[in-house]
Design a protein. Sequence first.
Length: 166
Amino acid sequence: MSRPGAVRVTACGKACRALSGPGFGVWNIDPMNTLGERIRAARGSLSQEAFSRALSISKGSLGFYERNENLPNADVILKICSKTGVRLEWLLLGTGPMNPEGAEPEARGAEASSQALCARCLRLEERLERLEDERRELSSENRRLWKENADLRERCARLEERGKQA
């Protein structure tokens, strides 16, 4: 079930809200009328904290923008468009599709940040794989050394027995 006020992008690329009332839980076509609603839609599933960090603004400022208590300056508007991939015309006026032609509607919410995170994740995964390979090699060498140590102890014990018998 959708909560009232939840945001979704429709097939036509327009962001809409779930409404309360008889159609609760059904996505009604209600284009977002305010800049704050469109900023919230552009943010997607990212938390206000993460999104505000990506924009280099305070979480409080983002909250004011989303509640329509304050208007962002041009720099913040451009950062929102740049980080999320939404069209400037859609963000400012609510007209046209949310995303440029060819962009998938689900590709919302700090796309550039997620790509940077993906690149970092790839590097970390490669490093983890190298460390796992090294751990396996060291573990194998450790088993070999334990066996060699046991063999040497046996040989040493046999030599000591021979020395006692002689």
